[in-house]
Design a protein around this ligand. Structure first.
Ligand code: ZN
Length: 138
């Protein structure tokens, strides 16, 4: 399993999905401790994530998790997206995930909880995306 997860992360790092910005709403975040520098953008219409892209540079964990996020969140509604974010954060903290099957390739990051120094790398894109979703009562 660990080897499979490593392959997923490597594949997304080497062949990032949805990389490159198109000019939608953007959030830029940096993680100075690792040098991760990432911009997420999303087009949200009628409560659905129609498009989500990423760009920037950083370590393999950061870049791969941004790529996985884009693939996962595409066409999800805001409520589903929030549930996925919450479950991903649980995974990264080493807590029990509520809907494991819905996280798909994001499950590859479950080992991160054993490396506290990398938690920021694995969540930076997800925090940026969370900001793009806006306030809860919108
Ligand atoms: Zn990093």
């Amino acid at each position: 399993m660990q080897e499979l997860y490593r392959q997923v992360i490597l594949d997304h790092y080497k062949n990032p999905r949805f990389k490159g910005l198109k000019g939608f709403n953007q959030v830029h975040l940096r993680n100075p401790s690792c040098g991760d520098d990432i911009t997420m953008e999303a087009k949200i219409e009628d409560g659905v994530v129609k498009e989500v892209h990423h760009d920037g540079s950083g370590c393999s964990i950061c870049c791969a998790s941004a790529s996985v996020l884009c693939e996962l969140m595409h066409d999800k509604n805001i409520e589903q997206a929030r549930d996925l974010l919450a479950d991903y954060y649980r995974l990264i903290r080493g807590e029990k995930v509520l809907q494991e099957e819905l996280l798909e390739e994001a499950m590859a990051f479950q080992g991160i909880s054993q490396f506290p120094a990398r938690i920021k790398c694995a969540t930076i894109a997800w925090k940026a995306f969370e900001e793009l979703l806006g306030d809860k009562d919108e």
